[in-house]
Design a binder for this molecule. Sequence first.
Ligand code: ATP
Ligand code: MG
Length: 371
Amino acid sequence: MNKIQLILVDTNLEYANYISRYVRTSEIHDKVNLRTFTSKETLNQFLKKDPVIHIGLVSEDVYAKWGSDSFVHQADLLFLLEEDTRNPVGERGVYKYQPTHHLFSYILSVYFEEFQTSLSAGHQKAKLLSFHSALGGTGKTSLSVNLSRQLTLLGYKVFYFNLELVNGTSLFFQSPEDEHTIQLYYYAKEKPELLGSKLDHLIKRDPYNGVDYFDVAVNPLEVKELTGDHVQTILDSLVHSDRYDFIVMDLDSQLQSHTKKAIEVSDLLLWVLNIDVKDFHKTNHSLTFSSQLYGEKVNLEEKTFFILNGYSRELPVEFERFNVPVHVKLPEMKGWKNLTSGRPVTTTSIFPQHILQLIVEQDVEDGVRLG
Ligand SMILES: Nc1ncnc2c1ncn2[C@@H]1O[C@H](COP(=O)(O)OP(=O)(O)OP(=O)(O)O)[C@@H](O)[C@H]1O
Ligand SMILES: [Mg+2]
């Protein structure tokens, strides 16, 4: 994505340095190119070059003293930094001393609302991957967590989205900022129009693994009440945030409306099997009755990788009677048995390099079509 060109104009050097430091050290850095100006001369020199300025952030006293004629017209969107919210200085005033991430979250959401199409044009949207299985306990969570971490090591931006009835995210990904609330569910269900602007607050990044996730409280009832539309809303806002290369969804084996929607919109479905006759039987029949189970729109076979997980011996010949194509065999990991913490699942890669590459390169023809 092209970065947003933002200028900050303020004679207060300390404030300008503070904002520059925030942009340099936070994830905003991926989206925003910031230039700060504390003197009229340097600003004028810069403006003479007729630069592209998407957002201008201008302190109210500079605006009053230097006049509005020059830079106002060069920025697509101008915000005035207000010192005092009791005396608003104009339509586009923003309180200067609010927490910086709130300030940026607000101005970017206004910007995206007005100019979204021109910015996202030509950008490859996030690829949606889902882990699913016919039986419980086959390794979906372990593999989705492991894959998320491995993709970040390859330099991709990854969001791990847990959609299990009993959310297990906190076992694997944590941040000191975790609060564990049900706000995500509230916004998805009650205020979907606000979800995009709330993302910064709802998303956390595990500083050790570099994977982003929703910081949610375990609440099976809230998950049970998620509909396909709610999941679509959440995915829309993640995809439209343009932050991610991959959104990895960790689903339950039970089919509920939110699970079905996740499967429907996924670019790639990673179906996890064990050497277990019940598992092969159910998987085989899930394929046979695919349209009844997953809906007419889903061509399961076309977008599914079948992964035999915990593979320690040859498949019994009797299993040949099942029409299940096994694409990938992943080994039994000794360190993943009887876990006392989630750490071993993120520290060793179970996916061979060529399989990671295959997952990355699997074509997404026109990007993800959501909504
Ligand atoms: N390749 C592997 N080698 C050894 N142990 C594994 C392997 N994959 C998963 N496990 C272990 O198997 C158990 C079940 O794994 P996991 O929780 O990932 O399955 P799941 O499919 O997500 O389960 P559920 O359906 O309950 O969500 C865990 O104890 C996990 O550590
Ligand atoms: Mg699981």
